[in-house]
Write a protein that binds this ligand. Structure first.
Ligand code: PEP
Length: 256
């Protein structure tokens, strides 16, 4: 059986000025060494990447960006390339977050290019998939997730550089999380699809995170499911105590 080390990633979104960011990271660093066996990632806004790289230097906290442009370089005012992100010290980039899909209209075609740009730059893509409430209510959860995976992953995308995040859109920022059973069902499906797209050994080594209203109160339940290998956390990652509690829940993860 493959043992997948848990990964807890915090998506700061458009929160935290530099002063807030410094305070949050210093509170995280005070508590982080009490928890072993979990990979921890923060994803600050672009402007905070360089200063946060300094704040976390020499610690076990890793850093990711929240978005990337797919082109290597060029006339794309306001955009940031994968190489620029790598320069800051990031190891990961979130791609396909539901806010990028639904608020900024990013299509599968574009997300495929972004994942390739991230992987080609030697970074790890945290590729987000997930259905809307309408999709779920009309029984299309698996079709949607299947398409989101198949459209983007596969040939030309090194699976060792991919983490998948299942983030049901109806659970993001709503306070309503998928139940551990609901999340596990979709994670198991995703792992099966990764097996078809790549191969079963790769699928069993790939980390699949759950995201959507993860909090200290529900983290242990979600993280005890066999195919839930960590969490992508939004709101709760902005409070050091809560983020640390979720990291501790991952450390205590016992999968039957
Ligand atoms: C997210 O933004 O990826 C997310 C899961 O947010 P929240 O935890 O606030 O639902």
């Amino acid at each position: 059986m493959t043992v997948r080390r848990p990964l807890i990633a915090g998506n700061w979104k458009m929160h935290n000025t530099l002063a807030d960011a410094r305070q949050l990271v210093s509170a995280l660093l005070e508590g982080i060494d009490r928890v072993k066996g979990v990979d921890v990632l923060i994803c600050p806004s672009f402007t905070n990447l360089f200063p946060m790289a300094k704040s976390i230097a020499g610690t076990r906290i890793m850093m990711g960006a929240q978005n990337v442009h797919e082109a290597e370089k060029g006339a794309f005012t306001g955009e940031i390339s994968a190489a620029m992100i790598k320069d800051t010290g990031c190891t990961h980039v979130i791609v396909g977050h539901s806010e990028r899909r639904h608020v900024f209209g990013e299509t599968s075609d574009r997300l495929g290019k972004k994942v390739r740009a991230v992987v080609d730059a030697g970074l790890i893509a945290i590729y987000c998939v997930g259905e809307t409430l309408d999709d779920r209510d009309s029984g299309r959860t698996y079709d949607i997730v299947d398409r989101q995976l198949g459209d983007v992953l596969g040939e030309g995308v090194d699976p060792e550089r991919v983490v998948v995040a299942y983030e049901p859109v109806w659970a993001i920022g709503t306070g309503v999380n998928a139940t551990p059973e609901q999340a596990q069902e979709v994670h198991e499906f995703i792992r099966g699809r990764l097996g078809d797209i790549y191969d079963p050994k790769t699928a069993s080594a790939t980390r699949i995170l759950y995201g959507g209203s993860v909090k200290p109160a529900n983290a242990a339940g979600l993280l005890s499911e066999a195919d839930i290998d960590g969490a992508l956390v939004g709101g709760a990652c902005l409070v050091a105590e809560d983020f640390l509690a979720i990291i501790s829940a991952a450390a205590a993860r016992v999968v039957a």
